[in-house]
Design a protein. Structure first.
Length: 403
């Protein structure tokens, strides 16, 4: 790129005319796994259902990768959060401190579990919860804390767990966007009382179109997770009869996944390290290159750690450009770079949520973060060329739209 190149959004040639690679996470291993399920059940004279050997193998593979504990594959990531909250058996109406930026399913799980979300703010320069601002949200009704590891970055779990233990709060980790990111060498999900993972098709580790996993170190909590994922059944008991509802522990819903999804999940998990490594390569290359450019854009902080990238947020200094941040992002997208031009996941801006919140809902740091950033999409098929094109597009637009 030389001179003042005409921006693609104004009719110029885009940096990248060829579409960026689409994700194709279902490969030969996943096909083989699905066929193995079909063959197994054909030989047994039945159709594949749920709760069978492929689900057991998936749960065992997941716990091995976590290093210890117990896992239960479920239908969705949102269901996983709901199940985790129900397993904690919090008093009805308890307040739960929640992060300011995440998927609506997390807040919905809190509300539908009969609890009251209380919004805390983000740490400057990130989408993640700020441990320093948690104490002011404590009331006599605060019983738990949800930690979302946003975008693929682990939160400061050391500080968060010190705070939680000091105030007798139970902790749910929502690691849906950060499978096997690490804090101080420990995978996310190992710090809290219970953890929820989404395994839908865009995540680094998938089990098909949708899916989720609940996880805990505690066998007692694992049993509660099992019961709340399947209509109150004490399925861990040796004398349990699935056909005898008198043995059920209480009301519950069916959040099962299925044998085919679990087989896909096991195959995906086996190559997760390679998937994360490829995603890291793209993110590192983009961050390193942008750090050498004197422009209005900078990546979200923290990408030099033990990351598991889901998206790459790019912060834009609005005082250095002559258009809105959203218009700037749309100009980058017109150069052939897939992205979300305005990350609308700051919960304090959602009118439907406000009546359900405890106390004030202002989260100025999080609001500023989402107002002044856009999110680059990525997947493990992005390589050096994609990183170069991304940086060139951002540099081109920065030059064209700078004040």
């Amino acid at each position: 790129m030389t001179g003042a190149a005409r921006l693609a959004i104004d009719g110029g040639a885009p940096v990248r005319a060829e579409p960026m690679p689409m994700r194709q996470a279902l490969g030969a291993d996943e096909r083989k796994a699905v066929l193995a399920v079909l063959d197994h059940y054909a030989e047994s004279g039945a159709d594949p259902g749920y709760g069978g050997p492929f689900e057991q193998a998936y749960a065992e593979a997941f716990t091995r990768k976590m290093g210890a504990g117990f896992a239960d594959p479920v239908a969705t990531g949102s269901a996983a959060v709901f199940i985790c909250l129900k397993a904690l058996d919090l008093p009805a109406g308890s307040e739960v401190i929640v992060p300011p930026i995440c998927d609506p399913g997390t807040y919905g799980a809190v509300i539908l579990a009969g609890l009251v979300p209380c919004l805390a703010d983000a740490a400057p320069g990130t989408y993640n919860l700020d441990p320093a601002g948690l104490e002011k949200h404590l009331t006599g009704r605060t019983k738990a804390l949800i930690v979302v590891h946003a975008a693929g970055l682990a939160c400061d779990m050391t500080s968060i767990m010190i705070f939680a233990k000091a105030h007798s709060l139970q902790v749910v980790e929502d690691a849906s966007q950060a499978h096997f990111a690490r804090h101080d060498g420990v995978p996310v999900g190992r710090f809290g009382d219970v953890a929820a993972f989404s395994t839908m098709y865009r995540k680094a580790h998938i089990s098909g179109g949708s899916g989720g996993i609940t996880y805990t170190i505690s066998e007692t909590l694992w049993q509660a997770l099992l019961a709340h994922s399947d209509r109150g059944k004490p399925s861990w008991r040796e004398d349990f009869d699935d056909r005898d509802p008198t043995q059920f522990l209480g009301p519950g819903l069916n959040f099962h996944t299925d044998e085919i999804s679990c087989a896909i999940g096991t195959a995906s998990l086996a190559r997760l390290d390679d998937s994360i490594r490829a995603r890291r390569g793209y993110v590192t290359a983009v961050c390193d290159a942008l750090s050498k450019i004197d422009g209005p854009c900078r990546p979200m902080t923290g990408w030099d750690g033990d990351i598991s990238p889901f998206i790459l947020p790019i912060f834009v200094d609005p005082d250095r450009i002559r258009v809105t941040v959203k218009d700037f992002a749309n100009a980058v997208r017109a150069e052939g770079i897939p992205l979300n031009p305005h990350y609308e996941y700051c919960a304090s801006t959602w009118p439907w949520l406000r009546p359900h919140l405890a106390g004030p809902c202002a989260t100025p740091v999080a609001e500023r973060a989402t107002e002044t950033s856009f999110a680059l999409y990525l997947n493990e098929r992005y390589a050096a060329r994609e990183a170069d094109d991304t940086v060139e597009a951002i540099a081109k637009v920065s030059k064209g739209l700078v004040r």
